[in-house]
Write a protein that binds this ligand. Structure first.
Ligand code: ZN
Ligand code: MN
Length: 473
């Protein structure tokens, strides 16, 4: 039986306003080749100007991942010829990266595990090749987008560990605000280095599978490559060091090319850019600006807001959810009710098909208003779902939606009393059971009244009326 060893290289696009060496907009999508200029299109003779925000974000990441920050780092040209790279070199960092060492903690099956980070460097993204109908086209909108590369040590030993680690890393990157980490849009991409060996023996030859863009692809490609390498070795063969491609639709990996070694890229120092020199004060200034991470937020939710640990962990799994919760709880002063509603309604509604991400379409202020409307009995919980649908990604206020949709619940006790009486008359045997002391049928009767009044009654009031009517009869 072979044991697998995995090391990951994660490419993460930074969420800066402009590209790394020019003023072009850094934004996903857009008409092809509309966010381009002579610099990011690789015209001869142009000069790059460094975007300091990209350096700051990389240092912020290094600090959050416990790295040593280099006071002095420099740029290098990584030369290769491929149409997505207009200059025929990628401006990257070779021997002096911005961050070295470090580690990430992640959780798997309730245990805290650690992956060591080897280095984090900054480089520029390449353009995107589009192959359609036998024609290939190139979109350079992505060319020159700041790209941070995080390289781990080979500390992972299963597909489950790889995915749990990636999930933990993704969460940190989103919390510190350096990237939107949307795997389906390519702002987070993962290369997997994998080798197998019998326990106790030295590491085998590794292969690298490139550009995996979902947790599912990472998992399946690892299992595929592990089986493939075991098969080769069991048949008496040897593993070739190579770069591989993953076909996600077919769930199959292919050999792409023999693995390049560093010398194949003819790295040399970039003559058009000054080295990056960071003072201790500057690094401290960046450290102070790191937003609160998951751990701290869990502590605040459980200790200050009185939430169960279970809630705190679910709410902090995604920064957008955590921000929504905090904003809502700042206005609506019942954190547990806010938590319950977010964990049920908001997370269900925000879940996107085939994606790990949650999309939030409601502001903290609007959510606090909805919760207040439920709490004060203006709308029922059931009706709040229609209100949520109405205000999701829109400009209408919850109260306006309640009025427009006629969702105000019936709190007129005279009208409600006649509805309750009708239900009791129509369900005589249930009413008898209730009178005989079977409290459980109360919920059934309340349900019948809610149904008869199309969900517009206040269930608490209905319960009180049933009790009153059946006790005095
Ligand atoms: Zn440009
Ligand atoms: Mn790279």
């Amino acid at each position: 039986m072979y044991e697998m060893t995995l090391g990951l290289e994660i490419h993460c696009e930074l969420k800066t306003e402009s590209k790394i060496f020019c003023g072009c907009r850094n934004e996903f999508g857009g008409e092809p080749n509309t966010h381009c200029c002579p610099v990011c299109s690789g015209f001869p003779g142009v000069m790059p100007v460094l975007n300091e925000k990209a350096v700051e974000y990389t240092v912020r990441t290094g600090l959050a991942l416990n790295c040593e920050i280099s006071r002095y780092s420099k740029w290098d040209r990584k030369n290769y010829f491929y149409p997505d790279l207009p200059k025929a070199w990628q401006t990257s960092q070779y021997d002096l990266p911005l961050c070295k060492g470090g580690f990430v903690e992640y959780e798997l099956d309730g245990k805290i595990k650690t992956v060591r980070i080897n280095r984090i460097h900054l480089e520029e993204d390449a353009g995107k090749l589009l192959h359609e109908g036998g024609v290939s086209r190139i979109d350079y909108n992505r060319s020159g987008v700041p790209l941070m590369e995080i390289v781990t040590e080979p500390d992972l030993h299963s597909e489950a560990e790889a995915v749990a680690f990636l999930d933990g890393l993704k969460s940190v990157l989103k919390y510190i605000g350096v990237s939107d980490v949307k795997m389906q849009e390519g702002s987070l991409r993962c290369d997997v280095n994998l080798s197998v060996a019998k326990p106790g023996q030295k590491l085998g030859t590794r292969t690298e599978t490139k550009n995996l863009n979902s947790f599912s692809a990472v998992k399946r490609s690892i299992l595929f490559e592990y089986d493939r390498q075991c098969g080769v070795l069991n048949a008496g063969g040897t593993i070739t060091q190579e770069t591989r491609r993953w076909d996600d639709n077919k769930s199959v990996g292919y050999s792409m090319r023999g693995k390049e070694d560093a010398h194949d890229y003819r790295y040399f120092p970039e003559p058009d850019l000054m080295p990056v020199v960071l003072s201790g004060e500057k690094i401290e200034e960046i450290r102070k600006a790191i937003p609160r991470l998951k751990k701290e937020r869990i502590a605040i939710y459980t200790e200050k807001l009185g939430l169960p640990l279970y809630d705190a962990r679910i709410l902090t799994a995604d920064k957008d959810i955590a921000d929504l919760f905090e904003g809502t709880a700042a206005v609506f002063k019942n954190p547990k009710k806010a938590s319950n509603y977010i964990m049920s309604e908001i997370m269900r509604k925000g879940k996107r098909e085939g994606s790990e991400d949650v999309e939030i379409g409601v502001s903290p202020a609007a959510l606090a208003e909805i919760l207040t409307l439920i709490d004060s009995g203006v709308i029922s919980l059931a009706a709040s779902k229609d209100v949520l649908d109405a205000v999701w990604n829109g400009a209408e206020s919850p109260l306006a939606a309640v009025e427009r949709l006629g969702l105000r619940q019936n709190s007129d006790s005279g009208e409600l009393e006649s509805a309750v009486k009708e239900v009791i008359a129509a369900n005589a045997s249930a009413a008898e059971q209730y009178k005989a002391g079977n409290q459980k049928v109360a919920a059934f009767l309340v349900g019948q009244v809610m149904k008869a009044t199309k969900g517009k009654s206040n269930p608490k009031l209905v319960g009180e009326l049933i009790e009153k009517l059946l006790k005095t009869n």
